[in-house]
Write a new protein. Structure first.
Length: 526
């Protein structure tokens, strides 16, 4: 199967991407976190703050700040135990216990990992892995790597002005064992959800962040000591305390050209022992091929795609009311947020609540990245559509949200809940109980014309980043949302008329009021 055909099936007919007779071997399941062994360990502060609304008092970040930042970004935050089935009157069915993070993940498997290049006075300068299971840093490679990381980014970032760089990677086996080839779609979304959460937490610590989707993959993996066939970095996010830092230079000339092979020769190979629990790791040839096809080996491959956003004439649109931005404590929202299934309860949503939700999502989503570069008002590569029912003052129907004009453009009038429910491949959510059903849409060709096969995972990451903002804003509004991939993409494209627009639906997120789930929950912080 060609890679192009594989991605098409992954989006529209996912059952064709995996063998039909494969059963999940739960006894061979990997851990949802990576455990390095026999390396220097640096514990992080566990007395995390209960609120995240203020600014840092110090000019320079401390190790304590980094510990708090990592815990709220990707730490094991809560232990939760719930009953899978309802009480039947005779005995309880099996229970589900898991360690919860503040970022959702398909099946709770968390294929992403966080690595950091840190330059703090309290630590040796070097490359670290964030051990989420024990809330500590593991030193992988000691040294000063400003020049190396800068070259790997094409000398487009002043690493000397940054106190850290975060590397978000994907461990292929961590969710392939359950989802087989469908895991490739999940891995990009998972990485995006994590990056979206990282951005929101960084804002509360006054950290400046910029996302680099384009870098010399093999050089970065070599720096971290990652075997390319097992794990690969998807995004690099330098962090700075200085708001005046210039983020994206774009002077990739022949004189400044750099290849992965040249850069890798500057550092020795490192290999570290880590524990995954699985006794056998199966092959995943399609994921390996796609990763290989997505790799950038030369800085000459780096591009800027940013286009200025322009007002588009609209017909049959609804102007949303002007509202204040949502104000909320991110820490409290993170603790409260969860993904409901049958807990949605029908309640009317006000027009002002919907306006505030949409405004907050798109304002918080805008972020610095190397694809847009210095473009002042870049056109988003992902768009927000939604089917609304029972929103006071707004006609039932399917809409596109124009964040620039703060308007809803009607695509199809009427109650669309039957269409949405019929498009579900799993009946785990009753969409008739949901007033707001959102779809994130992106380029029909997955940015292949501009970025090759790397475009697919970038588009999934950007969709995940938007979804995380949507989930946080929904919780701050007194509602909850659940990301869903079990739906008929072709049917949703028809609903919104996406194909003629060169767009396709990437993920569905029903949002609405819900009742509390019966569960026993406790914090893992001190």
């Amino acid at each position: 199967m060609s890679l192009k055909t594989f991605l098409h099936h992954l989006q529209y007919e996912p059952d064709k991407t995996k063998p039909q007779d494969v059963e999940v071997d739960w006894e061979n399941a990997p851990l949802p976190y990576k455990l390095y062994r026999h390396l220097p360990v640096f514990p992080l502060a566990s007395d995390v703050p209960l609120k995240l609304t203020g600014k840092r008092r110090q000019e320079k970040p401390t190790l304590r700040d980094i510990g708090y930042f990592l815990w709220y970004t990707f730490g094991l935050a809560q232990v939760s135990q719930s009953v899978i089935e309802q009480y039947t009157g005779e005995k309880w069915e099996s229970s589900l216990q898991l360690c919860r993070r503040f970022v959702p993940s398909g099946g709770g498997l968390y294929p992403s990992e966080i690595y950091l290049y840190l330059k703090l006075e309290e630590l040796p300068y070097g490359i670290y892995h964030y051990d989420a299971a024990h809330h500590r840093l593991i030193l992988l490679r000691e040294g000063q790597f400003d020049s190396y990381v800068g070259k790997a980014l094409g000398n487009r970032c002043d690493l000397t002005s940054c106190f850290a760089a975060v590397f978000v990677s994907t461990v292929f086996w961590k969710n392939f064992f359950k989802y087989n080839n469908f895991s490739y779609r999940l891995q990009g979304l998972d990485a995006g959800l994590l990056i979206g959460q990282l951005h929101e937490v960084a804002k509360r610590f006054d950290f400046e962040a910029g996302v680099y989707f384009q870098f010399l993959d093999r050089a970065i993996n070599h720096l971290l000591g990652l075997p390319e066939a097992e794990e690969s970095v998807y995004a690099v996010i330098p962090l700075a305390a200085d708001p005046s830092i210039e983020w994206f230079h774009h002077d990739i000339s022949n004189q400044n050209r750099m290849s992965s092979a040249e850069l890798c020769s500057e550092l020795p190979i490192i290999k570290h022992d880590h524990y995954r629990r699985s006794k056998k790791v199966l092959d995943y040839p399609m994921l390996t091929k796609l990763n290989e096809a997505s790799i950038m080996d030369s800085t000459l491959s780096f591009k800027q795609l940013g286009k200025e956003q322009r007002a588009v004439p609209q017909t049959d649109f609804h102007v949303l009311p002007q509202v204040n931005r949502l104000t909320y404590d991110l820490a409290e929202v993170c603790r409260q947020r969860y993904s409901p299934e049958n807990e949605f309860v029908w309640e009317e949503v006000s027009q002002s609540d919907l306006a505030a939700l949409l405004q907050e999502v798109m304002i918080s989503y805008h972020y610095r990245n190397d694809l847009d570069g210095s473009t002042q008002s870049p056109m988003s590569r992902v768009n927000l559509f939604g089917c609304f029912y029972g929103v006071k003052g707004i006609r039932d129907g399917a809409y596109h949200y124009d964040d620039k004009a703060h308007t809803l453009q009607l695509v199809r009038g009427g109650d669309q809940r039957s269409w949405l429910q019929n498009g579900m491949s799993l009946d785990n959510v009753n969409l008739f109980q949901v007033p707001l059903s959102f779809h994130v849409a992106g380029d029909l060709g997955y940015l292949h014309a501009e970025l090759g096969y790397r475009g697919y995972r970038i588009l999934q990451m950007e969709a995940g980043m938007l979804v995380q903002r949507l989930l946080l804003a929904a919780c701050a509004s007194g509602m909850e949302g659940r990301p869903l991939l079990g739906f008929d993409v072709s049917s949703m494209n028809e609903l919104y008329g996406l194909t003629p627009l060169g767009q396709t639906s990437l993920i569905q997120i029903p949002i609405g009021p819900c009742r509390s789930r019966s569960r026993l929950e406790g914090s893992l912080s001190q």
